[in-house]
Design a protein around this ligand. Structure first.
Ligand code: ATP
Length: 378
């Protein structure tokens, strides 16, 4: 998706908040959400040629100054939500409020938001300073002032010394930072980021994650970040919305999403989960619901003797080791449990010194209160 020139810009820099409901002279009151989505729905296509409900009744409040990530598998609707907030798409139904003002039917340039795209969409024939100053030029700012502001923005992303270069004379990470500077120079209320680190290699990506988070914290601007990379979302976000089939499956902090998934989809999508069926739960706990245990919450007992038998608040099952995967700081041990699922257990690297542990009879235990119960899949 390539933005048009107008899509790179929000409303004029320094323009008033818009004076809508909830807005005050100096901006919206702190308790008014930066973004409020109500029953937001977007359907593509038509009944006779086939319809896709890309976004299906989404309700969401994103707080001012929040780093909010929209996480989900490919096709789950997160980019469409971002494009709806930006105004590149109009909703089929439902509303979008920006700091208390309904912007649902407004054009992109009438919304005080700006977008950073995965492909950066920089102008190749312009210097960095001209790229960054572009949005200010469109707004009619005088040359000297817009140059000063653009240089300041480039300084903020540590690129001041390259102001005269063209984008082709930069590395991928540096181009990414120019795109950020260009989006931020117009001081939008909300910055939308569509998988902006997707094209970078792992090391650079990790460095940019930290830089981006620090930048957001220092500026206090609301960031809405789209990614399908769960680690990225868990590392950077104040809160995360997990999407599945156009709906929000769960909203919460990284800790809540990881430790307390509210359904099997989130439990499986975010991190590695060991899902125990209702049959096992009935046998162990006399409770007919699924539950989840994270690999680091399980313990392997290599003597297989069920060392935890009879311990209050601890459960265990016997099983057979099927494989071991060394992951650097630890080893993932796969165990096929008798009367239970095949599970992954994360163990320290001090494994028993035996020729081969595959095929060994072991037992696997866990504290009962580490089990996360999932609602019935009705
Ligand atoms: P990805 O991570 O792959 O970008 P996503 O979660 O961002 O995926 P969307 O791009 O929002 O997903 O797409 C959601 C659904 O809407 C998909 O089934 C997609 O094919 C469909 N879709 C998106 N844009 C259009 C369009 N312009 N016309 C028709 N269908 C579309």
């Amino acid at each position: 998706m390539s933005p048009s020139a107008s899509s790179l810009t929000g409303s004029p820099a320094g323009s008033p908040a818009g004076g809508g409901a909830g807005g005050t002279a100096g901006g919206a009151a702190a308790d008014v959400p930066a973004i409020r989505l109500r029953n937001l729905t977007k359907t593509f296509g038509a009944k006779n040629i086939g319809e896709t409900k890309a976004v299906d009744g989404v309700d969401l409040d994103i707080r001012q100054g929040e780093f909010f990530s929209m996480l989900g598998p490919s096709g789950s609707g997160k980019t469409t939500v971002l494009r709806l907030i930006a105004g590149f798409e109009l909703p089929t139904s439902g509303t979008i409020e920006l700091e208390g003002q309904d912007v649902s039917g407004k054009a992109p340039f009438q919304r005080d938001v700006n977008t950073v795209f995965q492909d950066y969409a920089l102008f190749p024939h312009m210097s960095l300073v001209d790229n960054v100053a572009y949005g200010l030029r469109v707004r009619g700012m005088k040359k000297a002032e817009r140059r000063e502001r653009a240089v300041e923005a480039l300084d903020r992303v540590q690129l001041r010394k390259f102001v005269a270069r063209r984008p082709s004379q930069l590395s991928g990470g540096q181009r990414q930072r120019v795109a950020l500077a260009r989006a931020l120079v117009v001081e939008p209320k909300v910055l939308l980021l569509d998988e902006p680190l997707g094209a970078l290699d792992l090391k650079l990506r990790q460095r940019m994650q930290i830089e981006l988070k620090e930048l957001q914290r220092s500026l206090g601007i609301t960031f809405i970040f789209v990614t399908h990379d769960q680690e990225e979302a868990l590392t950077m976000s104040d809160r995360i919305g997990v999407f599945n089939n156009g709906k929000l499956a769960q909203i919460g902090t990284a800790h809540e999403i990881y430790q307390r998934p509210t359904g099997a989809f989130v439990a499986n999508f975010v991190g590695t989960s060991n899902l125990f069926g209702a049959d096992v739960a009935t046998t162990l706990y006399n409770r007919s619901s699924q539950f989840v245990l994270r690999p680091e919450r399980l313990t392997v007992h290599w003597d297989g003797a069920g060392t935890t038998a009879g311990l209050e608040g601890v459960s265990s099952l016997h099983g057979t080791v099927t494989s071991l995967v060394y992951v650097g700081h630890a080893t993932q041990v796969r165990v096929a449990l008798e009367g239970g699922p095949a599970v992954v257990v994360l163990v320290d690297n001090d494994l028993p010194a035996e020729q081969s542990l595959v095929g060994k009879n072991v037992s696997v235990s866990w504290a009962d209160n580490d089990a996360v119960w999932l609602p019935d899949a009705a």
